[in-house]
Design a protein. Structure first.
Length: 207
């Protein structure tokens, strides 16, 4: 039996254009504005490039600030963020791309933030089974800045949209980041296009 996600289980993210971090995220018949990494979307992501990885990835769990929001009913595992929580982003560490306790001897980022970006976090299963090389870490869905500025590689949504989205995510949901921007996708041919092609191919000798 295949464990591939169906269309209704794919959270598909596609940037508007190659020089923009603005994107649309689609799940079933719903759509939300979001932003991706300042480094664009890349199939060859590495640590520190600020790029969002291209591909399909599972969603692992939720972390949230229970002092700042009431978590709605969700289907993914969830736990509150504590002040000593961090996420290791040092490829040399045996805890690379893992939740760690801070302070920590290895390079890491704090999960307990003052700016609200990590008030609600969905951990994306990227380079974590197991973590390898320097292919990147700490890829999350999280709260966007008010000006919808590009992220360091995560996919970010407005707080209200993310609170709505997490209620729809389940164990089978996959994040699907497309490599081709929407501006470069050719529209599907219509019947009118087919008719015009026939006229273009028509030659006087066919009379």
């Amino acid at each position: 039996m295949s464990d591939a996600a169906t269309d209704d289980e794919l959270l598909t993210v596609q940037v508007d254009s190659g020089d923009s971090a603005l994107a649309w995220a689609t799940l079933g018949d719903r759509r939300w504005r979001c932003v991706v990494g300042a480094g664009g979307v890349r199939e060859d992501k590495v640590e520190g490039d600020s790029a969002t990885p291209v591909g399909q990835f599972p969603l692992r769990r939720l972390y949230f600030r229970n002092d700042r929001l009431v978590l709605p009913k969700v289907r993914l595992p969830a736990r509150p963020i504590a002040e000593h929580d961090g996420w290791c982003d040092d490829p040399r560490s045996p805890s690379y791309n893992r939740l760690v306790r801070v302070p920590n001897d290895w390079s890491h980022e704090k999960m307990w933030r003052q700016d609200g970006l990590y008030d609600l976090v969905v951990v994306v299963g990227y380079n974590d089974d197991p973590p390898e090389g320097e292919w990147g870490s700490a890829i999350f869905l999280h709260v966007a800045r008010e000006d919808m500025a590009a992220t360091q590689g995560c996919v970010a949504f407005t707080r209200a949209d993310l609170l709505e989205l997490v209620t729809l995510l389940g164990p089978k949901t996959r994040l699907h980041v497309l490599s081709l921007p929407a501006a470069e996708v050719k529209p599907a041919p219509s019947e009118h296009d087919d008719d015009m092609k026939l006229l273009e191919d028509f030659d006087d000798k066919d009379w």
